[in-house]
Design a protein around this ligand. Sequence first.
Ligand SMILES: NC(=O)c1ccc[n+]([C@@H]2O[C@H](COP(=O)([O-])OP(=O)(O)OC[C@H]3O[C@@H](n4cnc5c(N)ncnc54)[C@H](O)[C@@H]3O)[C@@H](O)[C@H]2O)c1
Ligand SMILES: O=P(O)(O)OC[C@H](O)CO
Length: 378
Amino acid sequence: MKASDKKVVPPRRVAVLGAGSWGTTFAKILADGGADVVLWARRPELAREITEGRRNSDYLPGINLPRNLRSTSRLAEALTGAEHVYISIPSQTLRDNLAAIAPHLGPTTVVVSLMKGVEKGTGLRMSEVIAQGLPIDESLIAVASGPNLALEIAKEQPTAAVVSSASLETAQAVAMAATNRYFRSFVNTDVIGTEFGGVLKNLIAVAIGIVDGVGYGENTKASIITRGLVEMTDFAVAYGAHPETLSGLAGLGDLIATCESSLSRNNTAGRLLGQGYSFADVVKQMNQTAEGLASVAPILKLAEARGVEMPIVRQVSQVLAGTLEPKDIAPHLTTDSDEPQGERTTDDGQTRSRSSVWGSIKRAFDQLRDGGGSARRD
Ligand SMILES: NC(=O)c1ccc[n+]([C@@H]2O[C@H](COP(=O)([O-])OP(=O)(O)OC[C@H]3O[C@@H](n4cnc5c(N)ncnc54)[C@H](O)[C@@H]3O)[C@@H](O)[C@H]2O)c1
Ligand SMILES: O=P(O)(O)OC[C@H](O)CO
């Protein structure tokens, strides 16, 4: 039998780890799609509220949860018998949690990352951390991403997302589970592009929040969103993503949702910075996860390693460090040169900013001039 002849079936029993706003919302999506869902909450009193009161009032006020969704604070109970395990905890805590998850996985359990960060110390994407921390094959790992503001989806406002896995069959099984009357999951096999889309849009959303907080209007924001998408695409393509993924739900789609919405925690964190609060004050004020704040430094390090220019993300990092006034963050600072720059080029079918293409050409010339020795940095 060919792999394509194999019938993809949705799982009956799934676990969701992390009962914050997205974990609880995704658990509702899966339950409304027909699965029997067990949601792991760290606090027993929250698990009780979800199971008995059908509410998670701290994270999703006013939302009723379905009957086929129950919660437990015992990790083993949530994981035992689960065909799919969906993880929705802060990215920086993932690695530590994997050791406790590993012993409870079956040989065919699919593990899905719902997270949108990179690990600070290593710069690894969440699916890479999962591959390192769990004894499972890459074909059993998937990620889900897209324009997915939790509260809107919990209110059953129609929304779409992308599920990506190196195995199309795994992506399809997850997409079937994560589809219902108000939520539709598409599939692709570009895990790198799908994951980086979710990480990078957070950084541009922080920039948008900053200019919003300063009081700039729509021209500034549209310029930053557009140039931000070029930065996102340059970066992701440099790491092997398909450029079309960045123009899709996991890139442009999520960028629009996150930059436009006051529900976004990244946008909110940026707005506080723009209003003059220090980074430390903003961290104190945020009682939910704003992944962008921890991802700025590792993303800039990864960008430097591949020679990708990310002027907007760099400005965000300078505002966070207190070395750039929020009012000075702007798309007109996106190049070191005063010469007019091309907006973008598609010379090799890939979307890249002309300045970074020029940088690559210049480095290649430098290499030739040096007799093909190690690349010099300009
Ligand atoms: N909220 C959204 O709209 C949304 C949408 C899509 C993706 N995401 C992504 O989902 C992930 C989780 O975000 P969220 O919005 O649910 O955050 P949240 O702050 O609402 O919830 C985080 C959850 O993780 C738990 N947690 C905190 N520290 C932990 C630790 N050390 N070990 C285990 N659990 C821990 C908390 O108890 C809470 O249940 C993030 O990567 C975020 O980018 C969020
Ligand atoms: O609240 P944020 O900024 O983490 O954004 C939530 C989702 O990622 C939007 O798709």
